[in-house]
Design a protein around this ligand. Sequence first.
Ligand code: NI
Length: 324
Amino acid sequence: MAATLRLITKDDLERIMNWRMSERVTKYMNTNPKLTLEGQEKWFDSLEGNDKVRNWIIEVNGAPAGLINLADIDWEKGTTSWGYYIGENDKRSLKLAVSLEMSLYDYCFDVLGFNEVHNEVFKLNEGVWKLHIACGCKVVKEVVGEVEKEGVAYDIVHLSMERNEWFKIREKKKYEKINFDVFEGIMGGVTVHHIGVAVADIKKSVESFKNFGWVCDGEIIKDSSRSVNLAFLKRRNSNEILELVSPINEQSPVFDMLNANKNVALPYHICYEVKDIDKTVDTLKSRNYILVEKPKPAIAFQHRQVAFLLNRDSGLLELLEERK
Ligand code: NI
């Protein structure tokens, strides 16, 4: 079993609809919905900008097998509800179930920094709530007849996992780790490499930043392919990096920006370090990020790949491929 996760695309909507309406999935859900493709598209559009939910397609050996999600995310309290189903019956396995559940706890507590994760299970779905208990969950309560569906009342078991509990429990657990952070470090476990600052005169700016303890790390680099001069600044006992970027000519990507800002220096991009730059670019493109510059080797980073993407709400973003 090689299980991976990825974000939902529009191409998945029909498959998800069929899974969700299948008797085997729906009998343990709170509702027996009658879904339409049109409704699915509305649902998909409603996901954008909704920070209370996250959905992933579960793939087994590269083929879509089911859906896992976080819902009712409370970012302030650090809590969320979660659930999943396997729509393809032949892909169900205990090993997959355990890997998904334990990897989800790792993601919620390590990457998202949550405090508590809970889930609700039909009492009659005994295999599943017993598995949650085996994974270390505590039963918070059982509510008799909590869900009523087509005239039948169902008992619901409420289970919970707390952050500190999980850190103790996982030491004793063996499971195949599944990566929930499909943005490879951008969605949550962020690794900021540097912040780019556009400046008109790079030498003057290097001097000016010394007032705040920033010193130039190496020489000023001329990147002719991007029509910019670059200087990397660091501070003692700190890992923070500033990248000063000044235009060589009018074709430079920072020329117009500085011109519009009366040549006053301004921060203009955040650079994140990522494991797989092509995969991250694809993922971001599917989430309304416009590819401004496709991955290409950068002279300033020992020819590691660099790409730029733009999004209205998070601005200009640089991706830098991790050192191999
Ligand atoms: Ni940069």
